[in-house]
Write a protein that binds this ligand. Structure first.
Ligand SMILES: NC(=O)c1ccc[n+]([C@@H]2O[C@H](COP(=O)([O-])OP(=O)(O)OC[C@H]3O[C@@H](n4cnc5c(N)ncnc54)[C@H](OP(=O)(O)O)[C@@H]3O)[C@@H](O)[C@H]2O)c1
Length: 436
């Protein structure tokens, strides 16, 4: 057997400790498959004294994790600290800059600095892998970059954030409102103390931008992801969607079209109405799922655990196995200088049906005002439902939800512009598109 692949592990939290446990339990079978053993040489975290439920005594400890880059006994640095910048990025730059391999689960860092790190990796002949950064344990990057490598990928979409999906499924099954379910999710460990990145779509946008780059051969463009989250969804929206035959899911969706020699890249993370019979409608709880459509393979569905110590460690160690086997795949599936810059696609031209929910003052003429704005913007209404109590003297705002016929997105945008500033609207309308 060849020499061991010697690794240093930065970050010993959920994922880092999971990697140590996995290597301890499955070390022999991993060595057999990789052709060499994966040996942990050194570790680092903030607090040396913390009990992590794993024995750290066999490993060297570094207070400063960037010291890994200078160690001659380390081949690959595994970064499991997190954060788009700060110590994780400093470590990544130093490790790759000194020719060491880097494995990371850090989607924020890859989404923001992936191109720079890929250039550094390729320039130094060092492997860079980040399977765990997208959809945790699901081998979706391998699926795209290897299994579907022969295809032109035309569209990719899916459920990329387990926390949001858990909250939406709970709202669906219990009928409770967003705020209550979020509190429970935090108590159960499904949502972090600061859940902003998860519930506002940022985490899913990180992952979507990475997948888009691999799928279409375009340069990463996280800033161009049109991102919205789930915090404005109410139990009434979920009930309404259900009555129409839909469930609500936070979806990351992208496609890429070539026009006039330019690549128009569409990237959006937003809550969508998904037909109950669609494969993504059955994806409940903290599970992730990704659909990729290739021009020869057809529709592929990847599904599994998008987070957690075991699944995420599984993806991290799979990357280490690749490196141990000597895989020379480029970090973004093709050499970084061949990735093409894209133009953000204009969403206004996209055709779809939309669910629009208004919270309105309960008084005469409001429905007429909404329907007039829709008509003037050229939007045709398929159905309209008012939740509440017209004419019963109750002053509480009421919810009015409508579903449009298929049309360009610019129509609904225009209608909402016409309604802007109307005293009838108590809060900003919520728009969710329907996925086919
Ligand atoms: N958790 C998941 O299910 C999951 C899934 C996919 C991807 N990821 C990604 O995996 C990475 C790690 O996530 P995690 O959930 O394992 O995080 P975590 O439990 O919070 O662990 C983070 C670790 O990094 C260490 N650390 C934090 N700041 C540090 C600093 N300034 N210097 C040195 N060490 C520092 C912490 O040290 P102490 O323990 O001493 O405080 C801790 O061991 C993140 O990029 C995350 O996005 C996580």
């Amino acid at each position: 057997m060849a020499d061991n692949l010697r690794i240093a592990l930065a970050g010993l939290g959920t994922v880092g400790a999971g990697v140590l446990r996995l290597l301890a339990e499955n070390g022999d079978l991993i060595a057999a498959r990789a052709g060499r053993a994966i040996e942990v040489v050194a570790v680092s975290a903030r607090d040396r004294g913390k009990d992590r439920g794993v024995d750290l005594s066999p490993y060297a400890w570094e207070d400063d994790m960037t010291a890994f880059a200078a160690r001659d006994d380390v081949d690959v640095v595994v970064e499991l600290v997190g954060g788009s910048d700060g110590p994780a990025l400093a470590l990544a730059r130093k490790a790759l800059g000194s020719g060491k391999g880097l494995v990371t689960a850090n989607k924020a860092m890859v989404a923001h600095h992936g191109l720079e790190l890929a250039k550094l990796a390729e320039g130094n002949g060092a492997p860079l892998r980040y399977e765990a950064a997208v959809a945790g344990g699901i081998p979706v990057i391998k699926g795209l970059a290897e299994g579907a490598a022969a295809n032109r990928i035309e569209r990719i979409y899916g459920i990329l954030n387990g926390t949001s999906n858990y909250i939406l499924s709970e709202m669906e099954t219990t009928g409770r409102d967003f705020g209550e379910v979020l509190k429970d999710a935090q108590a159960l460990g499904y949502a972090e103390a600061d859940p902003t990145f998860d519930i506002e779509g940022v985490d899913a946008a990180h992952k979507l931008s990475i997948l888009a780059s691999i799928a279409y051969g375009t340069e990463l463009d996280f800033a161009a992801v049109d991102t919205s989250g789930i915090s404005k969804i109410r139990a009434a929206d979920i009930a309404q969607a259900r009555a129409l035959g839909y469930v609500i899911r936070l979806i990351g969706l992208s496609d890429c079209k070539e026009e006039g020699g330019e690549r128009h890249l569409f990237q959006r993370v937003a809550p969508y109405l998904v037909p109950v019979r669609h494969p993504l409608a059955g994806v409940d709880g903290p599970t992730n799922a990704v659909v990729a459509e290739g021009n020869h393979v057809g529709r592929l569905l990847f599904q599994g655990a998008g987070a957690g110590d075991g699944p995420t460690a599984s993806a991290v160690v799979a990357d280490l196995v690749d490196i141990a086997r000597g895989s020379r795949m480029a970090p973004f599936s093709q050499p970084v200088e061949t990735l093409v810059a894209s133009t953000p696609a204009d969403p206004g031209n996209r055709r779809n049906r939309a669910y629009v929910r208004f919270t309105v003052a309960d008084r005469p003429g409001v429905l007429a005002e909404i329907t007039a704005a829709m008509r003037d913007a050229g939007v045709s209404i398929e159905s309209m439902i008012q939740h509440g109590h017209p004419d019963d003297g109750n002053e509480e705002p009421v919810l009015v939800a409508l579903v449009t016929h298929e049309g360009p997105e610019s129509g609904v945008t225009r209608a909402l512009e016409l309604l802007e500033g109307s005293p009838a609207l108590v809060e900003e309308p919520l728009v969710m598109r329907l996925i086919g």
